[in-house]
Design a protein around this ligand. Structure first.
Ligand code: ATP
Length: 220
């Protein structure tokens, strides 16, 4: 199977995330996309996030109707700070070469990858899929990436793709621009504004029921 691994805080999950997964799935003919909510995202350690259980429940509600989409609790079960290197190692060990994995991340996150734990090793575990973000016109996944990352890849002119020395590929997928962000949603909830049509209604109802994002100092 060709499996996409889509990690994130998903605080909360919204149409931008879901459409992004759908388009990557189609562009790379993936069989499944696994959404992997982080327990504690390393770059948001000092920020308050909704409880991991709530973020997980929201992702479950959002993907329930798509047979290609499912949720992995690997990072939430592991607890503590969620490092992608541990997650990729987990999937590589689990599959023992039967499946191929595609780690999906936005170009904004990819540009920051040199600050991730053991970043040089990440690319040996699976293929990477860098996706566009609204307002960023680049179509080269390495555009704006630090030299330490750029020099790990060489361009394969025959295949027209970047390749890591371990043999994995670095893809780029240009997405339909959907300028929705989780922080915008949290801010709107905090200000008592509507979030309808920014995310699935089941997730909106869950936020209301659990009274999430109502009293967040840093969002004001
Ligand atoms: P925040 O606004 O809280 O920083 P975020 O949505 O950017 O949230 P995550 O939930 O961690 O953060 O996002 C998971 C992944 O989804 C990241 O790789 C991010 O680049 C990508 N992503 C988020 N929003 C969109 C969007 N509107 N379109 C495409 N990709 C997105």
């Amino acid at each position: 199977m060709r499996i996409g691994l889509f990690g994130g805080t998903f605080d909360p999950i919204h149409w931008g995330h879901l459409r992004s997964a759908e388009e990557v799935c189609e562009a790379l003919s993936l069989d499944r996309i696994l959404f992997i909510p982080a327990s504690i995202p390393p770059h948001k350690k000092d920020q308050t996030t909704a409880p991991a259980r709530d973020r997980l429940n929201m992702v479950r509600l959002a993907v329930a109707k798509n047979p290609r989409f499912s949720v992995s609790t690997v990072e939430i079960r592991r607890r503590g700070v969620s490092y992608s290197i541990d997650t990729l190692r987990y999937f590589a060990n689990k599959s023992k070469g039967r499946d191929s994995y595609y780690f999906i991340l936005g170009i904004d996150a990819f540009r920051d990858i040199a600050s991730w734990k053991n970043f040089k090793q990440l690319f040996s575990f699976c293929h990477f899929v860098v996706t566009s973000r609204p307002g960023d016109g680049h179509t080269n996944p390495l555009a704006g990436a630090p030299v330490a990352v750029r020099k790990l890849f060489c361009y394969d002119f025959k295949e027209k793709i970047y390749r890591h020395r371990s043999g994995t590929y670095l893809y780029f997928v240009k997405l339909t621009d959907i300028a929705i962000s989780a922080s915008q949603i949290r801010k709107r909830v905090g200000a008592g504004k509507s979030i309808r049509y920014l995310l699935p209604w089941e997730v909106e109802a869950y936020i209301k029921k659990r009274n999430l994002y109502r009293d967040r100092e840093e969002e004001r």
